[in-house]
Design a binder for this molecule. Structure first.
Ligand code: SF4
Length: 236
């Protein structure tokens, strides 16, 4: 994809949503960190429901340590993998208390050493909590970048590096939010909503969906609503 087209895509996404936000509820970097750790293989809505109750009683590393794994589990048991996540959240809270003065570190290396925190989670925290222009490549961004040819790559790290290399500076802070939301609501996994897509003329996906009118099979036949033609599956 050429740079002019790439720029035009981000201009459209920015125009439609000038100040995109994460859909996870949080008020501090620690709350964000916990919410992101809990969100692996879970919906933001489900995580928000759990953290709304949890953060009322424990929203600092020390309070989570005091709660302990057994005390934390009832708050997050509606979320997938809650046993493992409870252990990770308590363990990372202990490290923050002992090694970081109870604060979330603003460093990729330190973040990635916390239990349950991988590169993507570190990128989300650095971007959302600290305003760093990082690209947190999740399944939605991976799919959108490959389908559109905006920043193709064989795995999330390759896509992240490509985005780092090609996204113009003025779009870097919000790029991952725009792409996540585009993938979550428009360029969805099974049947992308190409007819409603604001970048349809810029996207280089070869199997865009379209609306087709059903053929009239007999005089007087009732006209049915237009049907959506599914696209072929792609990676991601
Ligand atoms: S045109 Fe279709 S495939 Fe391309 S970005 Fe939009 S929804 Fe996705």
């Amino acid at each position: 994809m050429n740079p002019a087209k790439r720029r035009a895509i981000f201009e459209r996404l920015r125009e439609a949503n000038p100040d995109p936000k994460t859909e996870l509820d949080y008020t501090t970097p620690f709350e964000l960190l916990v919410a992101v750790v809990l969100s692996a293989q879970a919906t933001d809505k489900g995580v928000n429901k759990a953290t709304a109750r949890l953060f009322r009683v424990a929203n600092t590393p020390q309070k989570i340590v005091d709660l302990g794994v057994d005390g934390l589990i009832p708050y997050i048991s509606s979320i997938g993998l809650f046993n493992t996540k409870a252990k990770n959240v308590v363990a990372l809270a202990q490290i923050l208390v002992h090694d970081h003065g109870g604060e979330v570190p603003r460093s990729r290396e330190a973040l990635e050493q916390l239990p349950g925190v991988g590169r993507k989670t570190a990128n989300v925290v650095l971007n959302v909590a600290f305003g760093e222009p990082t690209m947190a490549v999740d399944t939605h961004i991976f799919r959108v970048c490959n389908r559109t040819n905006l920043a193709p790559g064989k795995d999330p790290l390759a896509v992240e590096q490509k985005l780092d290399a090609v996204v113009p500076d003025e779009f870097r802070l919000h790029a991952h939010h725009w792409l996540i939301l585009h993938g979550r609501y428009t360029c969805v996994a099974k049947v992308p909503k190409c007819p409603a897509c604001i970048i349809v003329d810029l996207c280089e996906f070869r199997h865009k969906t379209r609306l087709v009118e059903p053929k009239t099979v007999a005089r007087g036949a009732v006209k049915r609503p237009a049907a959506r033609v599914p696209a072929r599956r792609t990676r991601g």
